[in-house]
Design a protein around this ligand. Sequence first.
Ligand code: PLP
Length: 379
Amino acid sequence: MNHTEKPSDICAHLGDEYDRYLGAIVPPLFQNSLFTCKRQNHGYAYSRVANPTIEILEEKLAALEHAQAARVFSSGIGAITATISSLLQSGDHVISLRSAYYPVTEFLQNEMSKFGVESDFLENFSREELEKAVKPNTKLIYFESPSSNIFKILPIREIGAFAKERGIATAMDNTWATPLYQNPLDLGVDYTIHSATKYLGGHSDVIAGVVAGSKEKMDALRVNERAHWGACIDPFAAWLLIRSLRTLEVRMERHSRNAQQVARFFQAHPKVRRVYYPGLESHEEHELAKHQMRGFSGLISFVLNADKERSMQFVKNLEIFQEGPSWGGFESVVNTPGITSLAEVTRFEGVPDGLIRMSVGLEDAQSLIEDIAQALERL
Ligand SMILES: *Cc1c(COP(=O)(O)O)cnc(C)c1O
């Protein structure tokens, strides 16, 4: 590995062009929609299609994901829907994961169905399950690992091989692990996708998404999907993400260390029924996780030995942890998918009743554990 392949070097310096940008140590923000071509044909015309600030970000993200190229979008969902719609036409079939990020399930069920695309949703993605579900018109296998809320680990290499044998495209949401801890393209997946709103952004101040893969696939995404569906990122959001990436590795080390401690605390506590964290040896798929991941991030779920009402009381008792939907930011936050989601949604996803999800932030680990301890104590 040379220095341009090391994640922290990529984040700090890949794309630096001091001579081009007057020695500015931070690459400039090109916050403009159009580029005049009257004096110079530099290849830029309109920022929905190409912009130098956005390109610096794309270069870094491609390198982090071991990809030939990457494309950024205005949101994670924008990246996912652009990828899915680029691969399918009327009469096609998709296999997706029941515990995938729910808006993707809704997109397949409510939007793609309007264009004559049918979808099936599987629980485990075992070879038997895939063999039973695959059809002559299956064009895409879409999944996450670890999956949303319950952090199911899927056998990525086997899924990639299964799809390749049949000429089916694969797209995987890699948001949970970040490109630091897992690289799906190396395991045979065609498209790796992130909600950059989470760890890549890391400061809870930007919404964005990214897809990475072969140059050919990414060029098509830029020209067809970003230009036509319009989910283009704003240059300022791209500039903020370049800022965020500078600290990605140090942030992830801290998230990971804090989360391990919090997960172990939960695991040992008598008021806790079950902890979902692939970094714990007790996680059902820990061995597979270790095999395909290099580390574990800061998102944990658990179920208390308590009914929904008392579980909600625990959430309200927390003082440092805020309550809200997103995750991957500097701040610790909890969400209650097994308490407040619609019953049909939790059933579909396989989320157990009472499930609480916790994004462990960058605060002091001891303060976080003391906060959790007092909130459990007061139950
Ligand atoms: C948040 C999230 C998304 C959607 O990303 P946005 O940036 O909010 O559009 C996609 N996948 C996963 C796993 C997520 O957690």
